[in-house]
Design a binder for this molecule. Structure first.
Ligand code: PBG
Length: 324
């Protein structure tokens, strides 16, 4: 069929027709909202490079989660700012650590909220790297045990899902094993399977105070130039017992999302990261872009590429727009 017999515009004539044939749907069900927790009470501190996002004390966190629920967002992922940092990130697995307290408070005040946790050490180490440093290197195997203890402490505090983001080799297997040994067989692992060494994390590192003091993360996070390596990373995580595979960042890596979606049968998550959020906010604040439309188009494109789940700082804004 070619023109003039076939006319694609026939099905674009009005919104009812367009929505009848729309291929991609995105609802708040598919979104996970990242939240930053800090010590104190009644604190709600703005993050300059991420307009609309705040560092919340535990009490404020519960209020925020209630608001999310009201908007139809039923998933959050927690990042913590601890009181103290040390070389081995002890605060990450402390029983009374910031995340552990936050999980208990959320499960207590908003039990229906699905609480995921980021499992990493960079917010808890004084040097800001995602693992323990031995001989000037981030030591993979020493770090594994600390990550596993961290994941276990999250599960013990009541977390519904754990999400390792450190990029150490073998951490998914280590975490699965310790969870299973402690009767947490039913806690899924959402692995940051394909996480690139990206400049788009800049605003997050301000927010979570986790920029490396020296060097960068290229010794453990992936090279943005590599696509086939992403498949190897994902294969390893599948074999180690991951339940969900994540790609991060999202918009600059839509090809990777699409390949993971085609090659694997696990659900795929994509993290629309801080820098991707900040760019849209900044352009909109200057009046250069229509924020709502660009947000919608961006999130839809991530989903269209093959993401089942999107982690995004726009979750609340999208949910409001979705509600109409
Ligand atoms: C922790 C972690 C980071 C992000 C999520 N988990 C920072 C990093 O790896 O440097 C970035 C999230 C964002 O930019 O929104 N390792």
């Amino acid at each position: 069929m070619i023109f003039p017999e076939y006319r694609p515009r026939r099905l674009r004539r009005n919104e009812v027709l367009r929505s009848l044939i729309r291929e991609t749907q995105l609802s708040p069900d598919h979104l996970i909202y990242p939240l930053f927790v800090q010590p104190g009470k009644g604190r709600r501190d703005a993050i300059t490079s991420m307009p609309g996002v705040f560092r919340l004390s535990v009490d404020e966190l519960a209020k925020e989660a209630k608001e999310c629920m009201g908007l139809g967002i039923k998933n959050v992922i927690l990042f913590g700012l601890p009181e103290d940092k040390d070389p081995v990130g002890s605060g990450a697995h402390a029983n009374d650590g910031i995340i552990q307290r936050a999980i208990r408070e959320l499960k207590n005040k908003v039990p229906e909220m699905m609480v995921s946790t980021d499992v990493c050490l960079c917010e808890y180490t004084d040097h800001g790297h995602c693992g323990v440093i031995i001989n000037q290197q981030v030591d993979n195997d020493t770090t594994l045990e600390i990550l596993a203890r961290t994941a276990l402490s999250h599960a013990q505090a009541g977390a519904d899902m754990v999400a390792p983001s450190d990029m150490m080799d073998g951490r998914v297997a280590e975490i699965r094993q310790i969870l299973d040994e402690n009767d947490f067989q039913n806690i899924p692992i959402m692995s940051y399977a394909v996480k690139y060494a990206s400049a788009f994390y800049g605003p997050f590192r301000d927010a979570a105070d986790c920029a490396p003091q020296e060097g960068d993360r290229r010794g453990y996070q992936m090279d943005p130039a590599n696509a086939r390596e992403a498949l190897r990373e994902a294969t390893l995580d599948v074999d180690e017992g991951a339940d969900i595979l994540m790609v991060k960042p999202a918009v600059a890596y839509l090809d990777i999302i699409s390949r993971l979606h085609d090659e694997f049968d696990l659900p795929v998550a994509a993290y629309h990261v801080s820098g991707e959020y900040a760019m849209i906010k900044a352009a909109a604040a200057n009046g250069w872009l229509d924020e709502a439309r660009v947000m919608q188009e961006t999130l839809l494109s991530i989903r269209r590429a093959g993401a089942d789940i999107i982690l995004t700082y726009f979750a609340k804004d999208y949910a409001k727009l979705f509600a109409g």
